[in-house]
Design a protein around this ligand. Structure first.
Ligand SMILES: NC(=O)c1ccc[n+]([C@@H]2O[C@H](COP(=O)([O-])OP(=O)(O)OC[C@H]3O[C@@H](n4cnc5c(N)ncnc54)[C@H](OP(=O)(O)O)[C@@H]3O)[C@@H](O)[C@H]2O)c1
Length: 251
């Protein structure tokens, strides 16, 4: 696989932290030109410093807002031309039992996790912005899309929405040779996962561990799945989800 991404131009959202950051760094080591996006410029700059090669760029965007997503996609196209892949990692998770849930929490989660993906696809589909020989859009879903847990119902619903979104986008964008797939990770020790764990009892943490027969995840496992989906090795795969979850969803 090692040079499958050499020479490809790949946009990674959520590149200021966690999985997006790990994917951006890994892709830079296998020869891709990576365009990073996130809201926090300082942290995007940190990611850039950890990357190999020198032709990578970053652009600030709040992907919960359509006009910001559009401006970012316009700027990316103006600076680097057509994209070979987009790995959409930006997302938020909030632990909210129903008693605490407010309308704005639900809206924040759906705007960041779902609306962003919908409009990235819309702005990617414009002529000249994708590689007509094959482009891959990868959305970061979660095992929470198919395995229930208490206090994360809005998050689970948003991650399940991505599974449906990717299937219909895969059909609609096949004529443009744009493939659309999801990666559904289990628990990987990023900032998001650490924040989530802090709100659990020791027993709940132990239960999470037990739900992963192969143990908890590492960011590189997700980066390797993203590499496959971004590469031509997956050229006949669209509208599907790869669960990278140590067996969590096998229960
Ligand atoms: N870690 C896990 O165990 C796990 C498991 C299953 C699924 N996932 C999914 O994987 C993805 C990445 O998770 P992670 O663990 O890497 O989380 P993380 O460390 O909290 O990173 C989240 C990223 O999303 C960006 N982001 C959040 N809101 C944004 C907005 N409105 N506009 C633009 N960017 C925004 C953040 O950037 P800024 O702060 O710079 O805006 C940050 O780079 C998420 O979609 C998550 O649901 C993670």
């Amino acid at each position: 696989m090692s040079n499958e991404l050499a020479g490809k131009t790949i946009l990674v959202t959520g590149a200021s932290s966690g999985l997006g950051k790990a994917i951006a760094i890994y892709f830079s080591t296998v020869g891709a030109r990576v365009v990073l996006t996130g809201r926090n410029e300082e942290r995007l700059h940190e990611t850039l410093k950890d990357m190999s090669g020198s032709n990578h760029l970053y652009f600030i965007a709040d992907l919960a807002k359509v006009e910001s997503t559009q401006a970012m996609m316009d700027t990316v196209f103006a600076n680097v031309g057509a994209l070979d892949s987009v790995i959409h990692c930006a997302g938020i998770q909030k632990t909210l039992p129903l008693q605490a849930l407010k309308e704005h929490h639900f809206d924040d989660i759906f705007n960041t996790n779902v609306k962003s993906a919908q409009f990235i696809a819309k702005f990617l589909r414009k002529k000249g912005r994708y590689n007509s020989q094959g482009t891959s859009l990868v959305l970061l879903s979660s095992v929470a899309a198919v395995c229930g847990e208490p206090a994360i119902s809005s998050y689970s619903a948003s991650k399940a929405a991505l599974l449906g979104l990717s299937k219909s986008l895969a059909i609609e964008l096949a004529r443009q040779n744009i493939r659309v797939n999801c990666i559904a990770p289990g628990h990987v020790g990023t900032e998001m996962a650490i924040e989530f764990s802090k709100q659990l009892t020791a027993e709940q943490r132990e239960n999470i561990l037990l739900k992963h027969p192969l143990g908890l995840g590492k960011p590189e496992y997700i980066a390797q799945a993203a590499e496959f989906l971004a590469s031509d090795k997956s050229c006949w795969i669209t509208g599907t989800t790869i669960f990278v979850d140590g067996g969590y969803s096998a229960h």
